[in-house]
Design a protein around this ligand. Sequence first.
Ligand code: ZN
Ligand code: MN
Length: 481
Amino acid sequence: MSENIGYEISVGLEVHAELKTKSKIFCGCPAGFGGEPNTQCCPVCSGMPGVLPVLNKEAVRHAVMAGLALGCDIERVSVMDRKNYFYPDLPKAYQISQLYKPLCKNGRMEINAGDTKKNIRIKEIHLEEDAGKLIHDEIGNRTFIDFNRCGVPLIEIVTMPDMCSSGEVREFLENLKNILEYIEVSDCKMQEGSLRADVNLSIKDKGCPVLGTRTEMKNLNSFRSIIKAVESEALRQRKIIEQGGRIIQETRRWSDADGCSYPMRSKEEAHDYRYFPEPDLNPIIINDEYIREIYEMIPELPNNRARRYSSEYGLSDYDSRMITSSKKLADFFERTVTKGADPKKAANWLMGDYLKMHNDGCEDEPVFRFSPEGLAEMIQLIKDGRITGRIAKDVFEKMYTIGGTPRDIIKKDRIEILSDTETISNVIKKVLAENPGAAEDYKSGKAKAAGFIIGRVMRETGGKADPVMVKDLIIKQLTDI
Ligand code: ZN
Ligand code: MN
């Protein structure tokens, strides 16, 4: 809504992240994605009468770690509640969640908002179970149910309505995904549905201290649709207000195909769910020692890592942020530096050639078919003048697509480095004859002219000449004349 000066949008998110535990939250079934439908379930997670849930300790640990990484207070006593509603993907007809006493409260996350930093407040993080999956068969007009996802542990991260643009929403989600990946509590694979967001959005006059009426859009599962949904909903609300209408508080369904949202139902309130404390589970009671133990296991988080890259390796803020925007990429970078590579060179290769090819390939996660040693070796080969920058680019492309070390690729593809004195000298003679002006310039003291001649010689040899030799031979020829 950047074109609109008079209104301001307020967005709050409810983000569901599946926890990466081996088993489900209240039974021993595997919690992993995939598997034939209805093969990863038991009487507990398929809601048979008379069964009892047993809380998975690992799910609590994961949730506490997420809470600590997001600056939350961890409640020493928290309670699971029943949220009652009927829907075919919920065989018990209630979801075990937390309403009155969630596990984590009052967190925050710093995001970049334009040139400044901004804190997005996190109201709470609660622990709950996932529902099953409905698979609609449009042609046969039937719906199938897969209970494998029932009972997969989730954390729901609830923010305050502190985001004022789709850009801030994106920043928040990217940071959140990154942090959850760093602490290894969630895979955050949006295409597998392990990270989904509900978007609450309202608009108000700029500077007005009171929020407008909000709508909610549920279960968006890609960054792209979240951003589009925010922008389109803001526009829809603005149009209504400008035409003198009123916003109705409701839940809306976002359609990616149509690029707009449709009313689904009027907004439900907490009391509609008849929440009550889950009678089959004890309160979760944890102590300081437990929290400290988890706190000490939190690895260096992306923001701190980025700061360290700037101070330790002299990378720019932007470069540090880009590299640390994925734990996999940052780990790879650090190992390359450990193998002796110049940090700035390593960063350039990863952020330039590597990310370009990676983004073209549309792969979700960074994939490396070559090793940090391989990249370090290539940087060294260039430094030693063994290969030219141009050849290095070809070699790197092979490393990216097929894998292997630069030495192997050079050998296998018979990439020749032209280091034959006579051949190079002949090319230099030709270039000097064609550019008498440059030779004159050099002799009259313009050192820059040598660079021009080097460039021409490299071009003539298709970038294959050994650049160190070229330079030496040019200076020799020019001073000999
Ligand atoms: Zn089960
Ligand atoms: Mn929820």
